[in-house]
Design a protein around this ligand. Structure first.
Ligand SMILES: Cc1cc2nc3c(=O)[nH]c(=O)nc-3n(C[C@H](O)[C@H](O)[C@H](O)COP(=O)(O)O)c2cc1C
Length: 454
């Protein structure tokens, strides 16, 4: 059943929340979103963030392509104080598709030009210079270098491998993990040279480091105990710190909760068996250590997995299945997890994810969570693809144009899954409409044709 966010006004949304026995902080006064904030030794001009959104539109050798440059120029001219740059591979074998960005000494000049372009576009549009954080990743289970699936996993997973168990050789050995670590240090050095303000050692959404966090039954130095499961992330951050200039931000986009039962889920209650209730004891402990022992001052908080439980990761109206819960419950889970972390590590600066389903009401939730001290930044993902100027509209007009909001139809994700470039075919129709027709609709028709010809 499709559940749209089509409430008449804020009171109608509040009534729906009350009926669902859910509580979300909604602030009509959006002015708090315009307040600047120090982050480490850097600062953000406002509390609005563009979330990392991979466009799968780089060149084959991993440089930003034309559409990549276009996307970031539009984000920069949109006025958000924080632009969290999309997943960028640290090594060729960890690319999620043939066109995922890859930061190396060879591609560095193109990244430098892109970051310069971001800052120039912001200036030309009269917007503040944004904080720009590069997301550094190894795609692990989802690696498809050259467009060919070549999964590298932390351990075999009963849900992801229910239909077909991957070969044991797909499991990265301790030695292979050791060999990968220095690439995070190198990516940090390169990101600083390219002009980014910081680096995100990506630990979310079941990509390699995220999967290691729940490797309860993996033997060896990277599995089993809390220390072992968090070893790779901590070591990557230590190497990033060592390679980073003094005022550079070393950060992470991190899952607080996976949504799969123990022993294959992180941030999940171990009991009773089969439970998928959040239990943030371990994520909170890790993040306390990241703050105290590793100097991490900023985290982008997220939950779930975009491939197998997208209703947890990005509440939607139209998607691959009927969600088992109201999208507002999904948004509430994001907020609750962020709130639990805030109680445990109040000093950490944080970004909230997963709010685009709220359409025109997302700014009120953004203001509510910042005013209540639940997070420091509200991140906009799909909504930013639909309307890259969302921040300027919120800050200047106290609202976003309701005709240009994301309708969470999942067409951007469908494009990605089809191996195409990702964007918004609804609101960025001139560019992505024809691509969607060609790469999704026509290939679906082709498949239907093949099936009916059988
Ligand atoms: C097309 C697309 C690309 C994405 N790329 C990334 C990415 O590169 N890195 C990442 O951490 N999350 C990525 N995400 C997830 C978003 O950052 C965000 O967490 C998600 O869309 C939920 O937030 P929203 O409700 O504001 O859209 C992507 C999502 C979509 C739809």
């Amino acid at each position: 059943m499709t559940i749209n966010c089509d409430y008449r006004d804020l009171d109608a949304l509040r009534a729906a929340l009350a009926e669902l026995k859910l509580d979300l902080p909604l602030n009509e006064d959006l002015s708090i979103l315009a307040t600047p904030l120090a982050v480490g030794s850097r600062g953000a001009a406002n509390r609005l963030a563009v979330q990392p959104m991979e466009g799968c539109d780089g060149t084959e050798d991993g440089r930003p392509g034309e559409l990549t440059v276009r996307r970031y120029r539009r984000f920069a001219a949109g006025g958000a104080g924080l632009i969290w740059f999309e997943a960028t591979a640290v090594r060729e074998d960890g690319r999620a598709n043939a066109r995922q960005l890859l930061l190396t000494q060879e591609t560095l000049d193109s990244f430098r030009a892109l970051v310069d372009g971001i800052r120039r576009s912001a200036r030309e549009a009269g917007c503040p210079d944004p904080l720009v954080i590069l997301q550094a990743t190894h795609s692990g289970r989802y690696s498809r270098p050259g467009g060919v699936a070549a999964p590298r996993i932390a351990y075999h997973h009963p849900i992801f491998e229910a239909e077909k168990r991957l070969p044991d050789a797909a499991v990265m050995s301790d030695g292979e993990l050791d060999d990968l670590l220095p690439f995070y240090g190198e990516a940090t050095r390169l990101a600083a040279e390219a002009g980014f303000d910081g680096i995100d050692i990506k630990a979310c959404h079941r990509y390699l480091i995220s999967e290691l966090l729940s490797a309860f039954e993996r033997p060896g130095r990277y599995g089993g105990s809390f220390e072992n499961r968090t070893r790779f992330l901590c070591e990557a951050i230590r190497l990033a710190n060592a390679a980073a200039p003094a005022d550079f931000l070393v950060s992470s986009r991190i899952n607080l909760y996976d949504g799969y039962p123990w022993p294959c889920g992180w941030g999940v209650a171990p009991e009773p068996a089969g439970s998928v209730d959040p239990d943030l004891t371990e994520p909170n402990r890790l993040i306390r250590e990241l703050y105290d022992d590793f100097g991490v001052r900023l985290l982008n908080l997220t939950i779930g997995n975009p491939y197998s439980n997208p209703h947890v990761n990005r509440p939607f109206s139209g998607g691959p299945y009927d969600p088992p819960e109201h999208p507002l419950a999904g948004i509430r889970r994001h907020v609750s997890c962020a709130q639990a972390l805030r109680r445990a590590v109040p000093e950490m600066r944080t970004v909230l994810s997963g709010i685009s389903w709220l359409r025109g009401f997302a700014p009120q939730l953004a203001a509510g969570v910042v005013a209540d001290g639940i997070v420091d930044f509200a991140g906009f993902g799909r909504l930013a693809l639909a309307n890259p100027s969302f921040a300027r509209e919120i800050l200047n007009e106290g609202r976003i144009d309701r005709r240009r909001v994301c309708i969470t139809c999942s067409r951007c994700s469908q494009l990605m899954r089809a191996g195409s470039v990702a964007g918004c075919p609804i609101h960025d129709r001139e560019v992505y409409g024809p691509i969607y027709r060609r790469d999704v609709l026509e290939s679906e028709r082709d498949i239907a044709g093949m099936v009916s010809n059988d």
